[in-house]
Design a protein around this ligand. Sequence first.
Ligand code: TRP
Length: 337
Amino acid sequence: MLKDSKIVLTGDRPTGHLHLGHFVGSVLNRIKLQDEADQSFYMIADIQGLTDNANNPQKVRDNVIEVALDNMACGLDPKKTIMFIQSEIPEIAELTVIFLNLVTLARLKRNPTVKDEMKQKGFGEDVPVGFLCYPVSQAADILFARANLIPVGEDQLPVIEQANEIVDTFNRFYGETFSHIKHLTGNTPRLIGIDGAVKMGKSLNNAIYLSDSRDEISKKVMNMYTDPGHIHVEDKGKVEGNVVFAYLDIFDTNKSEIEELKEQYEKGGLGDVVIKKRLINILEDIIGPIRTKREELAKDKDKVMQILEEGTSKARIIAKETMAEVKRVMKIDYFNL
Ligand code: TRP
């Protein structure tokens, strides 16, 4: 690959189905970038998924196919994107061990993403070391492929920043080897949960999934937080902090109608059910076609596994090349076994 070529890489932890937060945060960008990149990679980060699911390998295993289906249903195309499974590339683990020497414990503990996730999972000092170190292994995920453009949700930016620090330290110690990594966040880098929480998350139980049925979408939207003071249709309602309007702002393309609805809501005379029904239809317009394609692809899971196997063997070749160079610059290239 030429030095200035655009190499895109993203990944998901296979710990559950993808939701609308993933969709607006990074999946849309993945789909777009696979047409613009010189090379595009999509990784199923099962080893990273195990960092906080070590006791539940079946969950991780089952979700490998699910996240592959989610991405392909959204338009990720294995002809354009090398789709692979992290654990099948041992060079990533090897590179992680090498990178671990370039990072301090204090720096890892300061990473805001890791800090947030540790708090959310209630780990404290009992955090698995592998979990604490996942930004280091994520740097290896990216750098083995020499990727330089990473479409991610906003929550992942501190991880990318740390990867760039690893690039700097590596290059300083062993000579110019890796290039800096850029990120690309979506137009909506962070989607709030259906409960109004700052983030939609599978472990927060506040997500609308790309595989949800119309009924599930309906139920979730009908339960969305609006304005607790808005009891009767004629009551004045608040738009700020109203989850339904927050979603309409993002997903409804008819901006002028939304402005009118907001005015009406604030004046009184517009019921929650009207705006909720509108949102249900809009979300169904987005998720419906994804669901249909997903069901189609899910009929032949063997074929999806075959796609992952082919992608993995391509990624493996690249990983071996990178690892050989890393060993050479680090002077640990003794034998050619
Ligand atoms: N940490 C990412 C997430 O939770 C998943 C991931 C693993 C990833 N390796 C990656 C994303 C490399 C981008 C690049 O969503």
